[in-house]
Design a protein around this ligand. Structure first.
Ligand code: GDP
Ligand code: MN
Length: 388
């Protein structure tokens, strides 16, 4: 689960990571009042679940009341497009206002679970700021790393070593090392999968200050943190994903045009590979799970059909615990209720496959049933026009 910058900064404060005083506002008048109280100059920051805001016009300095008024008017309600939002952009509903910091240097600090290393990896760079992605690809040596031993945790010397390798003077390095240790503690205690401070500014006084804050939380750990669940902002999530979660379906929206409904995460991954292999592209990942009911299947089909990007639906089921006849009933029920205007390709195998196929055939609806995976893939490719 993603959270907003202002929410991440509230957690930073609890862990002693230095941040500025701030206020979140949702109207122009509130923005003016907040800025007047904080003192000028201020920085006004659009709160959306995507980075790159600076480049998209979502971060602005203001020197006085009228500049705040102008910036807040422009930003509130705007559709903010950044390199990370995609062309659709995000609506800005909330602004964070802080006194503008005096930035002498911008560092990058991040940590994530490195699955290749089977460990948390801490990353730091002296080239922090809005071009870190470019640095990471053009000059990867500029990103320093420390791998954390899962049994020992982040050792203090590792934090100091990173800070020193950044080429900072001793006093500043000590402050940065402390922030690294604090962020690591937060990362573990709050079950994060990604934590980033970019930039971690060094102020003109040589002190670290978290200018930006990004925390991605592990969904599987949220049951341990009821207070973190409260931070969820449904405005920032795909409406189809919200619907799917409510129906207990494991759904992730992607940018292709083949809607997939599959049982089992492994088969879902293999299905997406297969779609790619024939030159098409999946519109989603949808695992209905082993114990899906026909109601869940119906809901799954409905979610796929309601996605305007979907030009063909591919139902790929290996009936084990989920029987093929249950699947077929759900699909037929959905097709009877909804007006499906795209081709639906079905590949069924496993428990009660004959009954399942019979239900589909006798429904009078025009499903394309494939005898095997290879044939299904060809049908999918034809349906979306990548082969003729
Ligand atoms: P992002 O573009 O979404 O990553 O938003 P950030 O919060 O990282 O802000 C982008 C850039 O705006 C930073 O790298 C800074 O250069 C600049 N910026 C943000 N806050 C301040 C501030 O308080 N003072 C100054 N001088 N610059 C700031
Ligand atoms: Mn940033």
């Amino acid at each position: 689960m993603r959270i907003h910058e202002y929410q991440a900064k509230a957690l930073f404060a609890k862990y002693g990571i230095p941040i500025s005083a701030s206020n979140t506002v949702s109207t122009v008048n509130e923005a003016i009042a907040a800025a007047d109280a904080l003192g000028y100059p201020v920085v006004i920051k659009a709160q959306i679940h995507a980075g790159g805001r600076g480049k998209g016009g979502g971060i602005q300095l203001a020197a006085n009341t009228s500049e705040v008024q102008e910036a807040a008017r422009r930003m509130l309600g705007m559709n903010l497009r950044t390199p990370q939002t995609g062309p659709a952009g995000r609506t800005v509903r909330l602004l964070l206002i802080e006194p503008a910091a005096n930035i002498a240097q911008e560092l990058y600090l991040g940590m994530t679970i490195d699955r290749c290393n089977r460990a948390i990896t801490v990353m730091a760079s002296s080239c922090g700021g809005v071009d870190i992605e470019e640095t990471a690809s053009s000059n990867p040596e500029a990103i320093l790393k420390e791998t954390v031993d899962p049994f020992l945790g982040l050792r203090p010397f590792q934090a100091f070593r990173l800070a020193h390798r950044l080429g900072l003077p001793f006093k500043t390095a000590r402050g940065v090392a402390k922030s690294i240790q604090s962020l690591y503690r937060l990362f573990c205690e709050q079950d994060c999968v990604l934590a980033e401070i970019n930039p971690l500014a060094i102020t003109s006084e040589g002190e670290p200050l978290a200018i930006d804050a990004k925390l991605n939380l592990d969904d599987s750990g949220l049951f341990r943190h009821p207070e973190l669940r409260e931070l969820r902002d449904l405005n920032e999530e795909d409406p189809l994903e919200i619907e799917a979660t409510a129906a207990n379906l494991n759904y992730i929206k992607l940018d292709g045009n083949v809607g997939c409904l599959v049982n089992g995460a492994g088969l879902a991954m293999a299905t997406m590979d297969l779609i790619k292999h024939v030159g098409a592209s999946p519109a989603n990942f949808l695992d209905v799970g082993g114990g899906a009911t026909s109601d869940m299947i119906e809901k799954g089909v409905q979610i796929l059909i309601n996605d305007p990007d979907v030009r063909a639906v591919f139902i790929n089921i290996f009936g084990g615990i989920l029987r093929c006849d249950v699947l077929a009933e759900g699909v037929v029920a959905a097709a009877n209720k909804l007006r499906i205007s795209v081709p639906v390709i079905v590949r069924l195998e496993g428990t009660n496959v004959d009954q399942g196929r019979r239900i589909l055939n006798e429904s009078g609806l025009s499903f394309l049933t494939a005898a095997d995976l290879g044939e299904a893939a060809t049908m999918v490719a034809k349906a979306v026009g990548v082969i003729s």
